[in-house]
Each structure stands twice: as C-alpha cells, then as structure tokens.
Write a protein that binds this ligand. Structure first.
Ligand SMILES: [Zn+2]
Length: 402
C-alpha cells in the first residue's frame, strides 16, 4: 500500500482525500482522535499534538462550542452556526503550519438543532461555489432520540444534499448513555445501550445508495461523560458482529465494510479501545478528558505561582516586583494548552495514529482554498492597470498624429 503522505496532502482534507485517509485508517487498524474545540487555543493544542506526533487529527465543534466561539452574550439561535464557521476558518488559516491532515467536523446535532446544521451547510455551499470544496470536511447528525425510521429518513435527506459536495456524514443509532448537549439518557434500560446488527445494516443499506462517505456511531455500552465504572459494560466485540452481518448481507470483500465511530469512550480501558479500533472504529470522540486536561494545566500553574498571582505588583521577590509575566493570558493559557496537547497525544498513542503521517510543511497548498471562478483582487488590479497602459498608448499615438 502506498504511504498515506503520498496520497493525502497536509492541511484540511475534504472529499476524496478524506475518504482515502479514513480508508487508510480502517485498513491499517488505527483511529483518529476527534477532539471537541471551543476556541483557537484548544484548536491549536490539538494541532500541536498532531504535528508533534505525526498524526492526523479531527477538530470538531459542537453547537455549544459554536455558540461559545461567537461569545456567550449573543443569544440569537443562528449564532452557533456563525461561531462554528469562525472556528473552521481559524483551522483553515493556520493548519498549513502544522503539516498534518486535519479533518474539520461538527459534532452531535439533534433534531431541535437542525437550523445550526443548515447554517453550516450554507457556509459549505458558499465555500464550495468559490473553491470547489466544502468548508467543513464532515458533519454529524444525531437523530438517535427519534424512531429508527425517522432517524434514517432525515439522514438520507441531508446526505443527498451533502453528497454532491463530498461532505462526510456521521450518524448515530441506538442510545449512548449519560448526558451531552442537553440529551439526557442517564436512566435508560441498560439492554437498550447496545445497537443491533440489523439496525446498523438498515443505515448502511439506506446511505450506501447515495455514496460511500458515511460513518455510524453504534452504541455498545458507551456513556457520554465520566461516571463511576461498573454501571454499564462496554462491549466492543459487538462491533465485529455488525461488520460481519453487513459483510454477509452485501457480499463485501472487506472484513470491515462499515466505518464506525466511538462516542462516550471516557474511562474506557486501553484493551477496550484497541478492540473497538480492530473492529472498524476509525474515529474516537474526546471531550471530557481534554476539558479536564486543559483545566488541569491552569490549575497546576495557579497553584505553583500562587504568590505571583495575587496582584499586579508585589511577590515574594519584592513588594515592587511586577507580576505581568504570570497573569498575561499567554502564560497561563499556554499551560492549559501544553496539558491538553499532552492528553491528545495520549489518545493518539492509544488509537495507533502516532507516526501514521510524517509531518510535512513543504507542501505550500493554499489551506484557504484556491479560488476557481473569479479573478483575485490583485489580478483585477493588474488587468485594470494593463488596460490603462494600452489606453494611454493609443491616446498618445493619436495625439502624435495630429
Ligand atoms: Zn453520541
């Protein structure tokens, strides 16, 4: 098999390149961590981890993350889409300096949040019209609270809109325990926390007719957030049953024909994660653990430098000594970033993505896209200038004749 660096460029990957990247992950039994980001600082922590570990990375933004990006004082419902788009533009502007593939993804979207999804799709369409690729690589729809029939119907409707732009669709079927983005499944019957092979196949059947770029989050006892262990048993072996069932139904040559994703994996053991990846998980969501890591970096700094953080002036070295270099956000936020970066690196090691993509900053591809349809402002100015020159030459020639 060709090296992934030869077939996928560094920077934001979309369309065919995204498919190639995820096929490479599935074929080589590794998964890519998908980290929820809410700021340029958390984005940079993930990109830093990816660059240092020669790994691809998935940056994802939730509805709440998008709203945070706009600013908490803004209450308009449409602002979450604007914030998500802003985060995507930040990633696109800086990704080239990190030299690894970056997947831009939006996280859980329940039925009541569909206007957010529509807003991001609009931005994708606009971007596509200009640059021939979507702004985001991938979006997630989570209609798992609805009936399976409605869940699949809505996914089909959206996937048809996304397929012409080659945007990946991640969907969820079955119930993931715990609580996330306002969906509370804390008291659900434990047997319901396992998606069946038939449910997974019904999704495959409906979506594969439209295109190959989709993945399924099937519940196998996962819980969103961190809880005391022992309540639910994680059963990643069930994922292989899904693969086998679909393989038989479609007569596929692939051992693992379905792209699976893992949600609610905080607190899972290394063996559980390894088995999930072996059974076709190509993406694992991380949020709770990186939130803690980010805070923990700040916490340690504040504890360590406590005596330097009590006022603008005055510390153990003297009553007149300034403390600016301790309370400057770049000091304490950097500690949060270093700590988060380390936690993301830990996930990359567990998921087997470390070393899969030797960092490459040589390729100077335009991460913000190459405009395809209109001339750039500089080109227009030069055209105008040339026309002006020709014009004055003609005028000059005529005036000489007189
Ligand atoms: Zn989920």
């Amino acid at each position: 098999m060709a090296s992934i660096t030869d077939i996928v460029p560094p920077g934001v990957v979309t369309g065919d390149n995204l498919l190639k990247l995820l096929e490479h992950a599935r074929a080589n039994s590794y998964a890519i961590p998908a980290v929820n980001c809410t700021s340029s600082s958390t984005v940079n922590s993930c990109l830093e981890a990816a660059a240092k570990n020669n790994s691809p990375v998935i940056i994802q933004v939730s509805n709440g993350g998008g709203a945070f990006m706009v600013g908490k004082s803004i209450k308009e419902a449409s602002s979450a889409a604007a914030g998500s788009v802003a985060l995507a533009y930040h990633v696109r502007a800086v990704a080239k300096y990190y030299g690894v593939p970056v997947v831009l993804h939006s996280d859980h979207c329940a039925k009541k949040l569909l206007p957010w999804f529509d807003g991001m799709l609009e931005a994708d369409e606009e971007y596509f019209a200009k640059f021939g690729e979507p702004l985001f690589s991938s979006h997630m729809l989570d209609l798992s609270e609805e009936s399976d029939e409605e869940n699949i119907d809505i996914c089909v409707k959206y996937f048809k809109k996304m397929a012409p732009m080659k945007i990946w669709l991640e969907m969820e079927i079955g119930i993931t325990g715990g609580e996330e983005d306002g969906v509370n499944n804390e008291d659900v019957d434990p047997e319901k926390l396992y998606t069946t092979p038939e449910q997974v196949y019904s999704v495959y059947e409906a979506l594969s007719k439209i295109g190959p770029m989709f993945s399924i989050a099937a519940a196998f006892g996962n819980v969103h957030g961190v809880y005391k262990p022992g309540n639910v048993k994680l059963s990643p072996e069930r994922l292989l049953t899904h693969q086998q069932y679909t393989k038989e139904k479609i007569g596929s040559d692939l051992e693992r024909p379905i792209f699976l994703v893992m949600h609610g994996g905080s607190g899972s053991t290394d063996d559980e994660i390894k088995l999930a990846v072996k059974n076709g998980v190509i993406k694992m969501n991380i949020d709770t653990d990186t939130q803690w890591a980010y805070w923990d970096g700040t916490r340690k700094f504040v504890k360590d430098k406590e005596a330097y953080l009590q006022g603008q002036i005055g510390n153990p070295e003297g009553d007149e000594k300034p403390n600016k270099k301790y309370y400057d956000p770049r000091a304490w936020i950097r500690k949060a970033e270093e700590s988060m970066c380390e936690r993301v690196a830990g996930s990359m090691a567990r998921l087997g993505s470390v070393g899969q993509y030797p960092r490459n900053t040589e390729s100077k591809g335009a991460q913000l896209g190459i405009e395809k349809k209109t001339l750039s402002p500089t080109a227009l100015v030069s055209v105008g200038f040339a026309a002006g020159l020709v014009g004055s030459f003609i005028i000059g020639a005529f005036s000489k004749k007189k």
